[in-house]
Design a protein around this ligand. Structure first.
Ligand code: ACM
Length: 526
């Protein structure tokens, strides 16, 4: 390990020493600040020359934390796949004449204020990416990917060069939580479909994917102590399709895939309402009273199901379910739902939320719930997710809770763009691309201090969608805008500027075969 570190250091130093011997290339003038980066960084400084990325470029990383090397490998894989190179990480070859190096450096600089902060110093012969943590390095790597131009320059030397503009990028997120949600309950999505969504979100610096795993129409995660949840509850979905579920191995694979992109998975078990599939599997869970008797549901109604809130067996069941979930989930959060429990008596609802919150805490996790949970007395570690009731978000905040901002009218990815939209619903209104972008999560709830906002999340409910094409139609391009609302400072956000940058995402979206909605509000660059 040490000798490898010394070798890498020697290469980096000799590279710097050798510069005078190299033939100078006259690069065309570049402008780092004009590149269509999303989300927009805090600050860029252009120095107008170029780092010529080519097949001889080498990537080195700090070695003390193996996650830095892993981040370097992620960069190498992406560059190799896109440009047909064979770059490797932290390897040197005697024969190779190293002219340019990308160095991913673990730095203790006090100017790196958050775990996800990073700095890029791009010079003609080197790119230094500094970050405190591998998560910061990973975010910086996404910026670097966006800085690689579409076209190579084939005239400056005898082989193609991809000219990355020189200069500096100083960057950090404004919110620590930047999430999207996918409802795999109304329609089931395969592992490959979820992974593709994760890949797209990671490119825009998201760090959380919330999976809505259970609802009236289906239960989508294997629970070993209660197998009928998936044997019975996993076999249906909206519209009458066959449904499906993730085994625990599948789920662990998704958690790892997200972790490799420095994202967490937040699993949601929605309750006490939205529980028809669970009660169909185990009828003792069913509340009775005003709640509909459990049966296979393939319709889109809400608000008719409820767990029984006064039976010890229900809480024993939930202790098992949450225990297994906590074991499978390295991230700090478990989402307990809590929305639209219209047939649960208010006193039962409050009792239920407080009991379930304690179960989550007992298993070492923090609870997140939809804004209705603020009616209960919450532990300050519990997070309320605002979707329709700012007053309940304020109530949770006044008790010390942090808030995730997801207003349906602005941030629901399943609302139609306009009257021509093929997929989506309209109950919270239509959300064209500009409306999705032109608001401020930091100002959405009057009186809510910014330091009590954990971040922003864009939920995608799946009543009207059932595969990647349909998912992407609703999520893109709007999810790209929410990445900027979560990451970039308000001073750096501007619709006119953003829409030019968004238009230039087409080559990436095409490479990734994303079925984005070609909104007429954007002059898409083909
Ligand atoms: C919700 O949209 N029912 C949270």
């Amino acid at each position: 390990m040490l000798s490898r570190a010394v070798l890498i250091l020697a290469v980096v130093i000799s590279l710097t020493a050798c510069q005078s011997k190299k033939k100078e290339i006259n690069f065309p003038k570049t402008d780092l600040s004009a590149v269509a980066l999303i989300p927009k960084p805090v600050k860029t400084v252009s120095t107008h020359s170029a780092f010529a990325l080519d097949s001889n470029t080498v990537i080195f990383t700090s070695l003390a934390d193996p996650k830095f090397e892993k981040a370097g490998q992620f960069l190498a894989e992406k560059v190799n796949a896109r440009l047909g190179f064979d770059l490797s990480v932290n390897t040197t070859s005697e024969e190779k004449d190293i002219e340019r190096v990308i160095y991913i450096n673990q730095s203790d600089s006090i100017s790196l204020k958050t775990p996800e902060s990073y700095q890029l110093y791009i010079k003609k012969d080197s790119i230094y990416l500094n970050a405190k943590t591998a998560a910061g390095a990973f975010r910086g790597i996404q910026t670097l990917r966006q800085l690689i131009p579409e076209q190579s320059n084939d005239t400056l030397t005898n082989h193609p060069l991809w000219l990355i503009p020189t200069g500096k990028v100083f960057d950090e997120p404004q919110f620590e939580y930047r999430g999207a949600m996918l409802d795999v309950a109304r329609h089931f999505f395969t592992i490959e479909e979820v992974k593709k969504f994760i890949d797209l979100l990671a490119y825009y610096k998201y760090n959380a994917l919330h999976l809505h795993l259970t609802d009236d129409q289906g239960w989508r995660l294997e629970i070993k102590s209660w197998p009928k949840l998936t044997e019975i509850g996993g076999q249906s979905e909206v519209g009458g399709g066959e449904g499906g579920f993730f085994t625990q191995e599948d789920y662990k694979g998704l958690v790892q895939y997200a972790a490799d992109r420095h994202m967490i998975i937040i699993p949601e078990i929605d309750m006490p309402g939205h529980t028809n599939a669970a009660s169909l599997s185990y009828p003792f869970l069913h509340a009775g009273g005003k709640a509909d008797k459990p049966r296979v549901r393939t319709d889109m109604k809400v608000g008719y199901s409820s767990f029984h809130a006064r039976k010890d067996t229900v809480y024993a069941f939930l202790d098992d379910v949450i225990g297994e979930l906590a074991e499978l989930t390295p991230g700090p959060y478990i989402h307990i739902g809590g929305d639209e429990s219209h047939v649960t008596k208010k006193s039962d609802y409050l009792y239920f939320v407080e009991k379930v919150e304690k179960i989550v805490l007992k298993h070492g996790k923090k609870a997140i719930g939809w804004n209705e949970i603020a009616q209960a007395k919450l532990d300050p570690s519990t997070i309320a997710q605002l979707w329709n009731e700012p007053h309940n978000a304020m109530k949770a905040a006044s008790g010390g809770s942090k808030i995730i901002i997801s207003p349906a009218k602005k941030a629901y990815l399943d609302m139609k763009y306009d009257s021509l939209s093929e997929y989506g619903l309209t109950w919270a209104g239509m959300i064209p691309v500009d409306v999705g972008y032109n608001w401020s999560p930091e100002d959405y709830v009057e009186g809510l201090p910014k330091n009590q906002i954990l971040g922003i999340e864009a939920p995608l409910w799946s009543e009207t969608i059932s595969n990647s094409d349909e998912l992407e139609y609703l999520a893109f391009p709007r999810a790209i805008g929410y990445s900027e609302l979560g990451w970039s400072n308000p001073e750096n956000r501007n619709w006119e500027d953003y829409k030019q940058r968004l238009a230039k995402q087409v080559p990436f979206l095409n490479r990734m075969k994303v079925n984005y909605y070609p909104s007429k509000q954007i002059d898409w660059v083909e």
